[in-house]
Write a protein that binds this ligand. Sequence first.
Ligand SMILES: Nc1nc2c(c(=O)[nH]1)N[C@H]1C(S)=C(S)[C@@H](COP(=O)(O)OP(=O)(O)OC[C@H]3O[C@@H](n4cnc5c(=O)[nH]c(N)nc54)[C@H](O)[C@@H]3O)O[C@H]1N2
Ligand SMILES: Nc1nc2c(c(=O)[nH]1)N[C@H]1C(S)=C(S)[C@@H](COP(=O)(O)OP(=O)(O)OC[C@H]3O[C@@H](n4cnc5c(=O)[nH]c(N)nc54)[C@H](O)[C@@H]3O)O[C@H]1N2
Ligand code: SF4
Ligand SMILES: [Mo]
Length: 681
Amino acid sequence: MSGGERQVPGACPLDCPDGCAWTVTVRDGRATGLRGNREHPYTRGALCVKVNQYLEHTRAPGRLMFPLRRVGAKGEDRFERISWDEALAEIAARLRETIDTHGGEAIWPYQGTGTLGYLQGLQGRAGSRLWNVLGASRHRMTICASAGSAGLRYTQGTSEGMDPEDLRHSRLILLWGTNTLTTGHHLWRLIQEARTKGAYVVAIDPVRTRTAEQADEHLPIRPGGDAALALALLNVVLAEGAEDRAYLARHTHGWEQFRSRIEEFTPERAALDTGLAPERITALGRRLAHTRPTAIRTSMGMQRHAGGGTALRTLACIPGVTGDWQYPGGGLHYATDGAHGGNLAALTRDDLLPHPVRGLSMTRLAEGLLKTDDPPVKVLFVYGANPAVSSPDQTRIRQGLAREDLFTVVLDHFRTDTADWADIVLPATMQTEHLDIHDAYGHHYLAWNEPAVAPPGECASTTETFRRLSRALGLTEPALYDSVEDLARQFLDSDHPSLDGITVESLRERGWARLITDRLPFSDGFPTPSGRLEFVSGTAAADGHDALPGHVPAAEPASDRHPLVLISAAQHFTINTVFGNKPELRRRAGPPTVVLHPDDAAPRGLKPGDRARVINDRGSFTALIAVEDRVTPGVALTEKGHWPKLQEDTGTGVNATVAERDTDLGGGAVFHDNRVEIVPL
Ligand SMILES: Nc1nc2c(c(=O)[nH]1)N[C@H]1C(S)=C(S)[C@@H](COP(=O)(O)OP(=O)(O)OC[C@H]3O[C@@H](n4cnc5c(=O)[nH]c(N)nc54)[C@H](O)[C@@H]3O)O[C@H]1N2
Ligand SMILES: Nc1nc2c(c(=O)[nH]1)N[C@H]1C(S)=C(S)[C@@H](COP(=O)(O)OP(=O)(O)OC[C@H]3O[C@@H](n4cnc5c(=O)[nH]c(N)nc54)[C@H](O)[C@@H]3O)O[C@H]1N2
Ligand code: SF4
Ligand SMILES: [Mo]
């Protein structure tokens, strides 16, 4: 360490499975360097193309530095600077008036994925203490992973599974509906390690992604065909006599009934649902039958369909039949968050709620804003979210945001498309400027994020903003005023075995800590009602679903008017909409693009580089055309994350075409279950 230079431990706050730990170099109160923490076993010194220049982003010219009040029409993006006191007084007055007239449930705290931190962000539901005291509606976080989680819970009792680090022991790795090299690239090192020992890697994805290109084999499945493929693979496992009878007898529930369902799904039958040749399904089924351990790495992409919940429920049956849970390197990995035993209840303080309140689903913002009854939403408080871009049915969301009687507050770093619709905008701190604790949904480490520099301008952290607001409201509940250090201690104050030996001091000192987890998940049984992996689920039946896993087809059938399935996957240079305004990354990402197969481009008269309009009955957006065989005929590919307000024309994005409709389980969004037509401009 040179004179006056400090190394400050921190963590990436973004919605990414990798949960990187980083180190900030600080000199004279200024952050001068950022790199991945070299000691961290998962990060190993590397961040990613998006975050390498994060410090530049904290100093970007458009950064919000002080509170703003709207002076133009809603959505016009015209604001004046005001003081924090003025902003807080106005927000407090509107909250009071709303509660007096319509009750607390007329307030919708709309919290997104901008930061996942336990203290300042989503995982700890920062702000919930105040919302509980006010009796506000409960925000249900449904936009990302809820369908798959619900499906996995029916089969295995939890959405947690394999320790991803055990992938290094796998012999067959199925990358099922996940684009590892873009959406969580640190896992690739473990996959490569397994490969050096002979592992075979298969990507199952409608798109030949950069990950599929690097795999040993790519199965270009038809969108929404996954459950049918899973059942057909098991059909082949049975034909090979490779089911693990001892495991089935000891650890699973409902095998005889499930076996009948598997028998319905021959490779020939599944070929119709998946668009894959029966021989390819049989070949992979044989490989699965005879390769132990097999790991399934799946994630959120494949569950953004009408049948997405059931698809995950069915996939999770595979290791039950092959017995893969018995071996390090076998099983299924979807998400690891929740593995720690941090004291979430102490953070959120749901005991402060005066009475039960309604839940409002993140994916149903348009409906929530346009409904006029029981009670109407009068205050929308958006933080860490950019729903005018990221949530389904953009056109109707904008109609809702345009309501003159709606009071909208947005906390953010930049003037996003959503902030344009706000009545008051508040400037939020970035990760190098506040304290937080993180876990990850792709590994088993906790990280400490120490503030490296003072907040610039008048930026305030989430916890500080909520303390100020509580004061402006004149509230006396002491829990509303706990410092962020207090919150950190309350969170780690838990006798859960995963946190053994982890204290605020030890975490702060080293910057990260390994959680203590079982070497082999489910070796002591599954957290289901039967204690076994449930092929037949009484809980699913009681919830009104099929007691058996199966195949739930797409909600939007092809029609003559809208024949193409549009997938809008993760973009390499943004994470959701974060960095969508960062000039260098924007340049590298290029404008919104739609990739079409040559067989679909030609009859439409579309050539590479043409501008085209993507349309359906819900809305439209414009995009550049690319013509490639990375997609199969009938599938079109675009990416999430572009900022509509920064595009040349129309000012809409892909979510203008996406339906506001729930998945089969868990109330998730159907981003990839979306039929469109594409016409030249
Ligand atoms: N660079 C970058 N990283 C990110 C994000 C980002 O925006 N950019 N987003 C973050 C977030 S919020 C999340 S939730 C994760 C998501 O991480 P992933 O799930 O890996 O990402 P997606 O691109 O949403 O979906 C993965 C793949 O699913 C495929 N897919 C779509 N429909 C189907 C289907 O029916 N079946 C199958 N088998 N595959 C299908 C898509 O073609 C896509 O390649 O990534 C996180 N990481
Ligand atoms: N078409 C399509 N749409 C999708 C998806 C898809 O696959 N296709 N994926 C969906 C998925 S997986 C997800 S998770 C959602 C994400 O949707 P959202 O959770 O709404 O995420 P973003 O749109 O990136 O908005 C995050 C905002 O938080 C702000 N922010 C970041 N850090 C902080 C902070 O510390 N404090 C405050 N106050 N603000 C902060 C950022 O600047 C940004 O404006 O998008 C969904 N939308
Ligand atoms: S976005 Fe993901 S890979 Fe990039 S630094 Fe953050 S946690 Fe690491
Ligand atoms: Mo997500």
